[in-house]
Write a protein that binds this ligand. Sequence first.
Ligand code: SAM
Ligand code: DTB
Ligand code: SF4
Length: 335
Amino acid sequence: MAEIRHDWTREEILALLDLPFADLLARAHALHRAHHDPNAVQVSTLLSIKTGGCPEDCAYCPQAQRYQSGVEATALMELEQVLDNARAAKAAGATRFCMGAAWRSPKDRDLPKLAAMIGAVKALGLETCATLGMLSQTQAHALKQAGLDYYNHTLDTAPEYYGQIIHTRGFQDRLDTLGHVRKAGLRTCCGGIIGMGETRAERAGLLQALATLPAHPDSVPINRLVRVAGTPLAGQVELDPFEFVRVVAAARILMPASMLRLSADREQMSDELQALCLFAGANSIFHGERLLTTANPAIERDRALFARLGVHALPGPDAAASAGACGCDCGSAAA
Ligand code: SAM
Ligand code: DTB
Ligand code: SF4
């Protein structure tokens, strides 16, 4: 198995992105096969547990209060409603449930409610993930204690492009939160957004920032910008789909053991583009007709795509618990 590196240079990454398309995909796919079942896809579902009204100014985000995107602000959702959504997600085939809140960071007074949600979702036999904004070390520990498996916090874009996108928190703030998350023993879900007007060199900058973190993120969501009316990036020119595939392939080469999630804007992607991304190394998706506030493909469309491609969903934690000592779903008796 190829060595996992944490010392990728910007030049090396740009050279990967510049490769002829077939060479880049062949290299990425070979590594994908060496580290993962290329026909298995992990399935997560997102739920916005607190929508809109956010004080931050992320230029892509429909949930920032300052933009006229038409998203209505809500209070933190009640536990029963979260559980109804989690049960439905599990019934539809998700194995991980990610709860997102439009906060700069959680208030300590919200933590007991969040802890109850995390515990109850986990008790359904789902992996738990949350994305709540910046976390202090104490908050990260409290979430871990509550049973949280993953924390999602993205780097969004290259350090040198970041100032064009967000002014209300810095790149270092994101690295600090990720440090707190790792130190608390949570698994990390961290990626970025492609198609915000960055150059290819800046895409290499985002990838380098991800691949040189102290530990590669366990999950890497690769979002394509959803161009939402009312946000400053609504009029951004459409990204060349092959450029998106290149980023997925480069991410697979740089972080061969991580799960790569084809995330935002999948609704606008053709089946052919998604298939190329899966070949290039993506092996996780968000399932369900809504991400946080934007549309995601209908479950039936995903099922049909999986069937056409011969792809199967990875089993969840309860399947692993009832499986044999090997931890797979082969059904062998535990040793
Ligand atoms: N408020 C918390 C935070 O920002 O850390 C958590 C929720 S926030 C909506 C989670 C992530 O969603 C953002 O970091 C960004 O990567 C992604 N996102 C939001 N709007 C998006 C858009 N229009 N297109 C693509 N990704 C988007
Ligand atoms: C991530 O990187 N992508 C997901 C998840 N982390 C939380 C969010 C995508 C949100 C897309 C915009 C929306 O639906 O509001
Ligand atoms: Fe707020 Fe998160 Fe949206 Fe930024 S990305 S405006 S922090 S909800």
